[in-house]
Write a protein that binds this ligand. Sequence first.
Ligand SMILES: NC(=O)c1ccc[n+]([C@@H]2O[C@H](COP(=O)([O-])OP(=O)(O)OC[C@H]3O[C@@H](n4cnc5c(N)ncnc54)[C@H](O)[C@@H]3O)[C@@H](O)[C@H]2O)c1
Length: 261
Amino acid sequence: MVERRPRLEGKVAIVTGAGAQGTVMGNGKAVSILFAREGAKVLLVDRVEERARDTWEAIRGEGGTASVYAADVTGEEQCRGMVEAAVERYGGVDILHNNVGVNGPGSVVEVSREEWDRVMAINLTSMMLTSRHAIPHMAAAGGGAIINVSSISAIRPRGMTSYTVSKAGVIALTQAMAIDHAKDGIRVNCILPGPAYTSMVAGGMSEDTRELRRRASPLRVEGNSWDVAWAAVYLAGDEARWVTGVALPVDGGVTLDSPRR
Ligand SMILES: NC(=O)c1ccc[n+]([C@@H]2O[C@H](COP(=O)([O-])OP(=O)(O)OC[C@H]3O[C@@H](n4cnc5c(N)ncnc54)[C@H](O)[C@@H]3O)[C@@H](O)[C@H]2O)c1
């Protein structure tokens, strides 16, 4: 019988977008809960404080350690403050999980310039800003793990061009940071979730669409936020010590398959 220690025991994690819109479980919320179950102290960052507070209550109810930090990660000073809060409250930053992301519908003809810039700022520039403030603390402590949430949309476009481009940028950012900061012992990886049933997409989705998304997987299994969160636990922990610069699809095989009847 193998008894194991919690995978993230003694580590400090920042999760951005740690709350969830609506009532269905979200990726950021599930990651925060699993990180805390695995022994990490978690700083729950969200633009909407009460959403992060909901996640905090779930973690507190299980006896985990977490606290809320309200911030918009598109603002550099707020990113700096977020990292300083983790250092002050918990003594450092070992894990940065960049989960914040929003949809960006439309082609280049349809999208407005303002909307394009907004999607890039939230989905891509925010990850550069959070990372640039976390990395010096990680490097000073001898290393760390950064996980960026991209999307299969980055490699399989579907009429959401600003979203696709921002998420493809997340893959490039991940690879560039993995090379730039390997010498500091910092691993940087990204996750490409597929059509999972999560807080971000559940609002207003018909049962027919939900079923179509389930059937898109050759496994014929509906994915959810816990599937995405377990991948993050692996990438955050020391079991992934030799893994950096990867773009891991968590999509039930969707990107390998062609539409079938
Ligand atoms: N659900 C899917 O099918 C799917 C597929 C591919 C990728 N993703 C990615 O998963 C991530 C989101 O997952 P989720 O389920 O946690 O979504 P969610 O929409 O529930 O968002 C989580 C939180 O992010 C917060 N937030 C939004 N903008 C912010 C900002 N500027 N600063 C701080 N907080 C902000 C929101 O308030 C929300 O509470 C995104 O990066 C998304 O692109 C999801």
